[in-house]
Design a protein around this ligand. Structure first.
Ligand code: SF4
Length: 92
């Protein structure tokens, strides 16, 4: 089973206009930010046409990988979604 097929089982309740992850403004991405485009299991981080890293947090699984990676550098702001929003895992 492909990982994409497994991820498709999850459901998300998007808190419109209040993303729980934000990338801090930058001219060019730090090595940490570039690493996020590879390590995020939900592929939430992308490099845009201006060469900056941006996040689309709608599919975030709240695994915390990006939070840990950028804990010291402060490249992102990360908080849990408000109650009732975010990922809903389906098991089985
Ligand atoms: Fe991706 Fe995990 Fe960070 Fe969510 S918490 S954006 S799934 S690395």
């Amino acid at each position: 089973v492909r990982i994409e097929d497994k991820l498709y089982q999850n459901r998300y309740l998007v808190d419109a206009g209040r993303p729980h992850i934000k990338v801090r403004q930058h001219q060019s991405p730090s090595p940490n930010l570039l690493a996020l485009t590879v390590v995020c299991p939900a592929n939430c981080y992308q490099v845009n046409e201006d060469g900056q890293v941006e996040v689309t947090a709608d599919g975030c699984m709240e695994c915390g990988t990006c939070r840990v990676l950028c804990e010291e550098s402060g490249d992102i702001d990360w908080s849990y979604p408000r109650g009732g929003f975010g990922v809903l895992f389906k098991f089985g």
